[in-house]
Design a protein around this ligand. Structure first.
Ligand code: ADE
Ligand code: ZN
Length: 334
């Protein structure tokens, strides 16, 4: 077997973790079509192929517009169950043993879909995943940063009724012009309620947004963070504190953060000692689930087996899994 085959084989057979996955971003065109019919919701596409060919993005905002439109077909608890269950089947295929998923309640509440409907559907599928396949999971609720802080407090209040299911809060949507400081009071309140915090930062936005996510929002992980290499002092801090950066290579290419995968900075980040790992972000929109992200990135950046091992090890270490389970998996993969 040559090195490439060895790497692909290793990626496929090693148990893995995913830490950056928006459940609404796993809505495949086939399911979007099915749900649009089931719920009698009009979508601006006639065929599955038409949906797929609309997925040409120039930046984050051009993607978000289509992503929120797609989410409109999600109405009932069964829809959220089906959506989550389809992602779980992909996890099984890719040998993902633990996943931490984001959901965006604020893209559903204004359409009259209740918080309980969303969380119950997602949670039911995740419970079944554990029972049927032994796949464990955590749920993180994201606030949409293009909206004001004030209405988020009511969403946080609703999340407090589901502390048994939701482990933390995050920040996603349009990054530029929506700095972390906008949500300072909200995140303080979330922490008081016992939620862990994470935030998308340094995807398109400047390194300052990474600094402020750490200093003001007190995040345990940075989602994306690829812009950190433009600030040497920040890199030193991230390395020293081993702050996890949940990098999503295929997403970064689709959203034109890098022009091609060969120019992605993941290998540079690894070599600097940053705690990075690979994730799929919105796989139905960006052309690949976790294994494809790992395989394509390994090929494009000439990653060796040690690099790939490090990425997978980092993902287990950076998860919010209970320490005992974390240790068990780390032992197993080594
Ligand atoms: N929501 C879904 N995917 C996202 C991304 N990559 N960045 C910010 N918000 C998102
Ligand atoms: Zn994301």
């Amino acid at each position: 077997m040559n090195n490439l085959d060895t790497n692909i084989n290793f990626i496929k057979k090693t148990p893995k973790v995913e830490l950056h996955l928006h459940i609404e971003g796993s809505l495949e065109p086939e399911l979007m079509f099915k749900l649009s019919k089931r719920n009698k919701i009009e979508i601006p596409f006639k065929t599955v192929d038409e949906i797929r060919s609309a997925y040409n993005f120039t930046n984050l905002d051009s993607f978000l517009k289509i992503y929120y439109e797609g989410s409109n077909v999600l109405i009932t608890e069964e829809d959220f169950f089906d959506l989550t269950w389809e992602y779980i089947l992909r996890c099984k295929q890719d040998n993902i043993v633990h996943t931490e998923i984001f959901f965006d309640p604020q893209s559903h509440l204004p359409r009259g879909v209740s918080f309980d409907t969303v969380i119950k559907g997602i949670h039911k599928a995740l419970k079944k995943a554990e029972k049927d396949f032994g796949i464990t999971s955590k749920i993180i609720m994201c606030f949409l940063r293009h909206l004001d802080e004030e209405p988020c407090f009511d969403v946080l209040k609703q999340a407090c009724n589901h502390k048994d299911k939701i482990i933390g809060v995050g920040l996603d949507s349009s990054e530029k012009g929506n700095p972390p400081v906008k949500f300072k009071r909200l995140f303080e309140q979330a922490m008081k309620e016992g939620f862990i915090t994470v935030a998308h930062a340094g995807e398109e936005g400047p390194p300052e947004y990474i600094w402020d996510s750490l200093d003001i929002l007190k995040v345990k992980r940075i989602d994306h963070g690829v812009q950190c290499l433009n600030d040497e002092k920040l890199v030193n801090k991230l390395v020293h504190a081993q702050i996890p950066l949940t990098v999503c290579p295929l997403s970064n290419i689709k959203l034109c953060v890098f022009d091609k995968l060969e120019n992605h900075n993941l290998k540079k980040m690894l070599d600097r000692g940053l705690r990075v790992m690979v994730n799929s972000d919105d796989p139905a929109y960006f052309g690949g689930y976790l294994n494809k992200n790992l395989i394509e990135t390994s090929k494009a950046l000439n990653l060796n087996l040690e690099d790939i091992k490090k990425l997978i090890e980092n993902s287990f270490k950076s998860s919010f899994l209970e320490n005992e389970k974390k240790e068990k998996w780390l032992e197993k993969i080594n």
